[in-house]
Design a protein around this ligand. Structure first.
Ligand code: PHE
Length: 373
C-alpha cells in the first residue's frame, strides 16, 4: 500500500474519527476472515495479514498513523493517538487468535531440540578450602558458646597497635609491618589508617561495645609486609578468640585450646604451651600440637621435633583492659580476667589437607579447587 492510497481525513471531529476508525476496523476484520479461509492453501496467510497491517515499514497502521497525525491539528492529536493504540490492540488480538491455531510445521521444526544429545553439565559449587576451614574453626567455638564478630580490614593505628599495647615507636611494631594509607599527615597518629595486621583490634572494638562477660571469635583477613613463599602470603586469614569473665584462668585457656585442637585435628592430638611474647597478652604462649603427620615420632614436617607450632595465645594484658575501660569501666583488671588467642586459617587448612604451597589457595586453579567439591 502506498501513501497516496491512504484516505485523507476530511476533518478531525470526534464523529468523523469514529467513522474513520470503524471503517479501518471493518477492513481489518474482513481481511482477517479472508486470511483464515486462505490458510489451507496459503500457509503464510496470517503472516501476510500481520505484515500488511503491523509491519514496521510497509504496514498500513504505521503509514496511516503518520499521515493522519502529520496533518492533524494539535488539539486532535491526543484523541487520534488513543484511537491508534486501541486499533493496534484490535489488530494484535486478531493476529493472536489466529496464531492460536498453532505454529507452522516449519516453525516447529526450527525450534526442535535433539533430546538424544548429552546435556550441559553444570559444575557443583563448593566452599573454598579457606572458607571451609574458617567456618569449621568458628563452629568449634560456637559449640562452646562463643558468638562471632567482625571488624574493618582498614583499621586505625589505635585499634591495630596502640590499644593492643604496642606504643608508638615500639619495636614490637616491626614484627607486623603493613601498608598504610597515604596522605594522612593532618590526622592524629592514632587515627591514621592502615591495613590491619591481625584480627586482635576487634578484641578492643568488641570490649568497647559491650561490658563483660565476652566470649567471641573473630574471623577475617589480615595484611603484612611479608614476602610470599611456600608458607607465607602478604594477605592471609586469622581467627581471633577472646574470653573475658570473672575468674578466667590460664587453665581455662589451656583446656579451651586443647579441646579446639582435638576437635580440629582428631582426639589423639596433644597440645603443649611454650612461653612466648605478645604485647597484648601476659603471660603469652605459643601452642604446639603433636605432629599430625608422624604422630609425634619426628619427621620432616615437624623437623624431627614431633611438635608443630600452630597459634598464639595468652592472658589479656591489664594494659589492654585499661584501654577498654576508657569506654567500658567494667573492664577493671582487678575484677575480671580473660584470655585471647589468634590462629592462622591458611596454616591450619594446609595441615588438615596436606597442602604444601600457600599460593594454591589464591591461584583459582580448578584442578586444585575441584578437589574440595
Ligand atoms: N595477634 C597475634 C598475631 O597475629 C595472635 C594472638 C592473638 C596472640 C591473641 C595472642 C592472643 O600474631
Amino acid at each position: 500500500m502506498t501513501i497516496e492510497s491512504i484516505p485523507d481525513l476530511p476533518e478531525y471531529s470526534e464523529a468523523s474519527l469514529d467513522n474513520a476508525f470503524a471503517l479501518l476496523e471493518r477492513d481489518a476484520r474482513s481481511e482477517a476472515a479472508a486470511a483464515h479461509l486462505r490458510l489451507e492453501n496459503d500457509p503464510d496467510a496470517w503472516e501476510n495479514f500481520r505484515l500488511g497491517w503491523l509491519g514496521r515499514k510497509q504496514g498500513r497502521l504505521n503509514q496511516i498513523s503518520s499521515k493522519w497525525l502529520k496533518s492533524a491539528p494539535p488539539e486532535a492529536r491526543k484523541s487520534l493517538g488513543m484511537r491508534f493504540n486501541a486499533f493496534k490492540a484490535v489488530l494484535e488480538a486478531l493476529f493472536a487468535s489466529a496464531s492460536g491455531s498453532g505454529p507452522s510445521d516449519a516453525a516447529l521444526a526450527a525450534e526442535a531440540i535433539d533430546i538424544t544429545l548429552p546435556g550441559t553439565r553444570r559444575l557443583t559449587g563448593a566452599e573454598h578450602p579457606i572458607t571451609r576451614t574458617l567456618n569449621e574453626i568458628v563452629s568449634v567455638f560456637a559449640a562452646l558458646g562463643y558468638s562471632v564478630g567482625v571488624g574493618p580490614e582498614v583499621e586505625t593505628d589505635y585499634y591495630n597497635f596502640e590499644s593492643m599495647n604496642f606504643p608508638p615507636g615500639h619495636p614490637a611494631r616491626d614484627t607486623q609491618d603493613t601498608l598504610v594509607v597515604a596522605n594522612q599527615d593532618r590526622r592524629q597518629p592514632r587515627d591514621r589508617l592502615l591495613l590491619r595486621t591481625h584480627t586482635s583490634p576487634v578484641q578492643m572494638r568488641t570490649m568497647e561495645s559491650q561490658p563483660p562477660p565476652v566470649r567471641i571469635v573473630i574471623p577475617g583477613k589480615v595484611h603484612r609486609n611479608d614476602a610470599a613463599d611456600a608458607t607465607h602470603s602478604p594477605i592471609f586469614h586469622q581467627v581471633e578468640g577472646l574470653c573475658v569473665d570473672t575468674n578466667v584462668t590460664f587453665s581455662d585457656l589451656k583446656g579451651t585450646l586443647d579441646h579446639a585442637m582435638k576437635a580440629l585435628f582428631g582426639s589423639s592430638v596433644k597440645t603443649r604451651f611454650f612461653p612466648s611474647f605478645f604485647p597484648f597478652t601476659e603471660p603469652s604462649a605459643d601452642v604446639q600440637i603433636s605432629c599430625i603427620f608422624c604422630g609425634g615420632k619426628g619427621c620432616r614436617k615437624c623437623k624431627q621435633s614431633g611438635w608443630i607450632e600452630l597459634l598464639g595465645c595468652g592472658m589479656v594484658d591489664p594494659a589492654v583492659f585499661a584501654f577498654a575501660a576508657e569506654k567500658q569501666p567494667a573492664y577493671d583488671p582487678k575484677k575480671i580476667s580473660g584470655f585471647a588467642f589468634g590462629m592462622g586459617v591458611e596454616r591450619i587448612a594446609m595441615m588438615k589437607y596436606g597442602i604444601s604451597e600457600i599460593g594454591q589457595f589464591y591461584a583459582g586453579d580448578m584442578r586444585f579447587l575441584g578437589q574440595f567439591a
